[in-house]
Each structure stands twice: as C-alpha cells, then as structure tokens.
Design a protein around this ligand. Structure first.
Ligand SMILES: Cc1cc2nc3c(=O)[nH]c(=O)nc-3n(C[C@H](O)[C@H](O)[C@H](O)COP(=O)(O)O)c2cc1C
Length: 266
C-alpha cells in the first residue's frame, strides 16, 4: 500500500515527525506548502498522513486549505498527526470537517508532544527540558508509526469537552480573526544582511525583500520560521522577542526547511 506523508512545519518538530513516520512506514514525504499551490492535491496513495502543528488549539489555515483540495479522498485512509507543546484540544475536528466535505473521513488522529515554539509568547525551553521531550519522542514516534503502518483505526486523541469548547472553540476563533494583522509586528533590525533566508523559508510566500529588507505581506500563518531561522537573529516581533532564545528541532537543517517551501537550491 502506498503511503504519502504530507507535512507543514515552522521549526522542524513536524518535519522530524513526518520524516520518522516516512522512514518507519516506507511512505513518501511531501510538503503541504508546495502541494497546496496546485488547484487540486493529486495522490495515488491509498493511505495519507497529514502532520502539522497546533496553533491556538486549531490547525494552521494553510493545512485546512490543503485538506479541502485532496482529490479522491473518500477512497483513502486519512491519518492526522499533530505536534504541540501543551495539548491539542479538538484540533483534529477542523480537519475532519474539511475531509468530510469531500466525502472522506479521518481514520485516526494522534498527537505528539514536542517543545513549544511560539516565540511571540515565550523563548525556547531550557535544554534539559527539551532533551526529555526528545527522548520521549523517540518512543512515541514508534507507537504512532506502528499504528499507521498496521492500518489501525478509530483512535481520536482529544482533550475533554470543556477544554475543547474553550480552547478550540473560543480561542481558536479569536486567533483566526486576528491572523490577517498578526505579521504587522515582524520587523528586521540593523543586523539584517539581506540574505533572504526569511523570504526563502516562508512556506506561504508571505515575505518579500524590499530594498534588501524583509516585508511581511499580510498572509502569515504564524509558523515562526522566519524569526526562528534567521541566521543573524535580526528578525523580531514587537519588543519582547529580543531577549528570547530561538528554537529549532536540532536534527532539521535549513536545507530541509527550504525543501518544504520549494526553495532548496534556489
Ligand atoms: C502561533 C502558535 C500557536 C501555538 N499554539 C499552541 C497551542 O494552542 N497548543 C499547544 O500545545 N502548542 C501550541 N504551539 C506550539 C506548537 O504547536 C509546537 O511547538 C509544534 O510542535 C511546532 O511544530 P513545528 O516545529 O513543526 O512548527 C503554538 C505555536 C505557535 C507558533
């Protein structure tokens, strides 16, 4: 059975998750950011896995757009795998709705806890704490991969009703309402060399270089790739990120991230 593993990632947690699932199941690794640029997402795989981070207890908007474009989804098994720093709420339910609109259904939804990367709220976690999460990840990813490889069905890992209502209902709605203006707070300091990594790494092509400096164009997903991967730490978001430590999953390289955005070697 052919398996496609589609991923979206800002700092590598989902990319390493997707890579390991691909390794363990013999699946093909595919970028959501690239796939979503086509009118339809065509795949001959009988099983697909969608790996993405939780944002404000819901999915990134681009992942929902992607889910609504998958062709012939009703004839595929669809696994949702989320990564998150705390808890996922009812994130899976949003993708479920999108897949159901196309006649498909979610076979199972699994979660993987990873270090949080939301630098607009907090800096990178202490290294000791990260190490513990990475150790647990090694175990967890085997369980998740086996579940998918064996074609198991029916597990939907969610928080309880009240938490889902509060976080995935109310807070996610607020996040979506604020999203269009959220990139207004990004700016490049005098440390910026105009190298263009931010433009190339942005998975949704939201950054342009004007006069050698990045400008955010209002279609940001809040993935944090630009601020977390800037080689000079020249990108800030308001005043609070100046002192905050950057986070990236250690084994994921800039080249891996540029592959996601379709800009490797470009
Ligand atoms: C804008 C934003 C919102 C986030 N919201 C949540 C959240 O609601 N719950 C949670 O547990 N983690 C949240 N996180 C943490 C990420 O889901 C987590 O670190 C994820 O593993 C990042 O994956 P990535 O490295 O592939 O981008 C958020 C991160 C960002 C950037």
């Amino acid at each position: 059975m052919t398996i496609d593993i589609f991923y979206f990632s800002g700092t590598g947690n989902c990319l390493i998750t997707a890579k390991k699932i691909a390794e363990n199941t013999g699946g093909r690794l595919k970028s959501i950011a690239v796939a979503v640029r086509d009118v339809k997402v065509e795949t001959d795989a009988q099983k697909i896995v969608i790996v993405f981070p939780v944002y404000a207890w819901g999915p990134p908007v681009v992942v929902r757009r992607f889910a609504r474009k998958i062709n012939d989804v009703k004839n595929k098994k669809v696994y949702v795998v989320t990564t998150f720093g705390g808890f996922a709420g009812a994130t899976e339910d949003f993708i479920k709705k999108d897949i159901e609109k196309r006649g498909g259904e979610i076979t199972a939804g699994l979660g993987v806890r990873m270090p949080g990367n939301c630098i607009t709220l907090y800096g990178a976690w202490p290294e000791e704490k990260q190490k513990k999460f990475f150790e647990r990840f090694e175990e967890r990813i085997k369980v998740v991969s086996d579940y998918i490889a064996q074609g198991k069905e029916g597990l939907h890992e969610k928080s309880n009703f009240l938490m889902n209502f509060l976080f995935s209902g109310l807070i996610y709605k607020g996040f979506l309402m604020g999203l269009p203006g959220m990139d207004k707070k990004f700016f490049a300091t005098e440390k910026c060399t105009g190298c263009g990594v931010c433009r190339k790494i942005c998975p949704v092509e939201n950054i342009e270089l004007l006069g050698g400096k990045p400008q955010w164009m209002g279609s940001c997903e809040q993935c944090m790739a630009c601020i977390q991967w800037c080689p000079e730490e020249a990108i800030q978001h308001g005043k609070k990120t100046v002192k905050r430590k950057r986070y990236r999953y250690p084994e994921i390289t800039l080249d891996d991230m540029l592959e996601q955005s379709g800009n490797k070697g470009g």
